[in-house]
Design a protein around this ligand. Structure first.
Ligand code: GAR
Length: 206
């Protein structure tokens, strides 16, 4: 059995993760790094990207994690795109789907079968600034803090139950880029922490 095959078999007590990405994959990297820690309660069984050239795919391959590309451009309808993702998720012993910079809005086709087992990271303190351009909007509103939110995914965009939030100050002279960088350092702490919280719940239920 090669490395890739072994990753489809969950280790006892570990949540099997699918991480869905569209690009850089720095949040994916933070989850990969956390999974290296001995007592971390999860392992990544699959990284799936909707863009073929996402750098996150390179990160996954460097760590012997199975990858799949499902480009939305190859499907006539969103339902077909999501049905293909569903069938791939079924192959990999997945307990929890982690959206990490996955830039497609998902419909109930995918969300309903995974509701309660699919989470997202969003770069604002929800319910503020759902959608895009969160950092610019926070600066323009004159906010003094921003941050990130990990939440369950529901059919309402960026609306599901909040698992945890991390905040950062907005500093005089901040640009969207400087604020994004400050928030991103907290994202990288938040995602592994959220996975630990969910794993603890999962174990207390089983
Ligand atoms: C992250 O900042 C994440 O919060 C954001 O995309 C970035 C992905 O970075 N997600 C969204 O905006 C979702 N609406 P990464 O690819 O380096 O993890």
């Amino acid at each position: 059995m090669g490395n890739l095959e072994q990753q489809k078999t969950p280790k006892p007590g570990k949540l099997g993760l699918a991480v869905l990405i569209s690009g850089r994959g720095s949040n994916l990297q933070s989850i990969i790094d956390a999974c290296r820690i001995d007592n971390f309660p999860a392992q990544i069984n699959l990284v799936l990207s909707n863009t073929p050239d996402a750098y996150g795919l390179v990160r996954a391959k460097e760590n012997d994690i199975s990858t799949r590309i499902v480009s939305h451009k190859d499907f006539e309808t969103k339902a077909d795109f999501e049905t293909e993702i569903l069938s791939i998720l079924d192959e990999f012993n997945i307990d929890l789907v982690c959206l990490a910079g996955f830039m497609r809005i998902l419909s109930p086709t995918l969300i309903t079968p995974w509701e309660g087992r699919i989470i997202n990271i969003h770069p604002s303190l929800l319910p503020k600034y759902k959608g895009l351009h969160t950092h610019q909007r926070a600066i323009e509103a004159g906010d003094t803090e921003s941050g990130c939110t990990i939440h369950y995914v529901t059919p309402g965009v960026d609306e599901g139950e909040i698992i945890l939030q991390k905040s950062v100050p907005i500093i005089d002279g901040d640009t969207a880029d400087s604020l994004a960088a400050r928030v991103l350092t907290q994202e990288h702490i938040a995602y592994p922490e959220a996975i630990r919280i969910i794993a603890q719940k999962h174990h207390s239920l089983s």
